[in-house]
Design a protein around this ligand. Structure first.
Ligand SMILES: [Zn+2]
Length: 275
C-alpha cells in the first residue's frame, strides 16, 4: 500500500439554518465549513479532493441570477482564504497539484478549480452529462455554477466510471464496488448517490494504517451519520433524490456502527476541528 499522507483544509464556509441539514436540528444558522482534502501519493504526487470556495466563486456569484446562491447560503472566505492561498503558505504551489478528484459539481466543491490550471481532473461522467444538459437557471437552481469549470475541462478530465472496478473491503460491501482511479488500489472512488448526480466519495488507507472515507455531501455532519437522521425531504428532493439519499445515509449509519475504525468525513462537518 502506498504511504498516503493527507491534510484537511477549510476553504471558506457558509451559514444556513441547521435544520435544513438534519431533521429536528435547530432553526438557528450554523457554520458549514467547505472542507477540502490534500493527499500526497508517493507515485501520483499531490492530489486534491474538491476545492471549496475561492475568489472565483465570489466572482461567479456577484450578479443576479447567480447572486441568489450566496443569498441563500452566505459565504465567508476571509478567515481561512482560498485553498490555493493556504497551500501556498504551506509551500505547495498551484503547479504542484497533479490531480483533482471532484466529488460532484456543486459550487462549494468546484469553487477553487480555476486556481489549479495544470492539474488533471477526475470526476464522474454521469455528473458531467447531467450538468451539460442543464440551462443556466436549471443549473443554478440546484447549486451548479458551470462558470467555475475551466474551458479545457473535457481535455483534462478522466472519468471515474472508466477506472477499473475493485472489490471494496468487506465492511463496505453495501456500497458495491470501488473504481480504482490510479490503478494501484490506493484510492477507490465509491458511488454515493442521492445528493447530486454522479456523486462519488473516496476511500483509502493512510500511512498510519487508518482507513479514511471521504463522503462529500452524502451527509452534512458526522452527527447525521451517527444518528442516521436525514435532512428534511424538501431539501433532498430539491437537490437530488430523497429515497436514494436516505438509502446512502443509512448505509453510512450502519458502517459507522459496525466499523468505528473507519474515519468517515463529510465535507461540511465542523467536528473535524475537534479531532
Ligand atoms: Zn453538494
Amino acid at each position: 500500500m502506498p504511504n498516503i499522507e493527507w491534510r484537511i483544509y477549510e476553504a471558506g464556509y457558509c451559514t444556513h439554518a441547521e435544520c435544513a441539514t438534519r431533521w429536528g436540528a435547530p432553526l438557528a444558522a450554523a457554520r458549514f465549513p467547505a472542507l477540502t482534502f490534500f493527499l500526497d501519493h508517493p507515485q501520483q504526487g499531490n492530489i486534491l479532493f474538491d476545492t471549496g470556495y475561492s475568489e472565483h466563486f465570489l466572482h461567479a456569484t456577484k450578479h443576479l441570477p447567480e447572486r441568489l446562491y450566496r443569498t441563500v447560503t452566505p459565504v465567508q472566505l476571509k478567515e481561512s482564504g482560498s485553498l490555493r492561498s493556504q497551500l501556498s503558505r504551506a509551500g505547495v504551489s498551484s503547479g504542484d497539484i497533479k490531480h483533482i478528484v471532484l466529488s460532484h459539481f456543486h459550487g462549494d466543491h468546484v469553487g477553487g478549480l480555476l486556481d489549479f490550471p495544470e492539474a488533471s481532473l477526475i470526476c464522474s461522467r454521469a455528473a458531467w452529462e447531467d450538468l451539460r444538459l442543464r440551462t443556466r437557471l436549471g443549473s443554478l437552481r440546484i447549486g451548479l455554477l458551470p462558470k467555475l469549470l475551466p474551458d479545457n475541462f473535457v481535455e483534462r478530465v478522466s472519468w471515474i466510471e472508466d477506472a477499473p472496478l475493485r472489490n471494496l473491503p468487506p465492511a463496505l460491501i453495501e456500497f458495491g464496488y470501488g473504481h480504482d482511479i490510479f490503478g494501484d488500489a490506493s484510492m477507490l472512488a465509491v458511488s454515493l448517490p442521492g445528493h447530486a448526480a454522479g456523486q462519488y466519495g473516496l476511500f483509502f488507507e493512510d500511512r498510519n494504517g487508518q482507513f479514511i472515507f471521504l463522503i462529500a455531501d452524502a451527509a452534512w455532519s458526522s452527527q447525521a451519520i451517527r444518528e442516521g437522521v436525514p435532512p428534511p425531504s424538501l431539501v433532498t428532493a430539491w437537490l437530488g433524490n430523497t429515497k436514494i439519499y436516505r438509502q446512502t445515509l443509512q448505509r453510512l449509519h450502519r458502517l459507522a456502527i459496525t466499523s468505528p475504525e473507519i474515519r468517515i468525513l463529510p465535507s461540511h462537518c465542523s467536528e473535524w476541528r475537534l479531532r
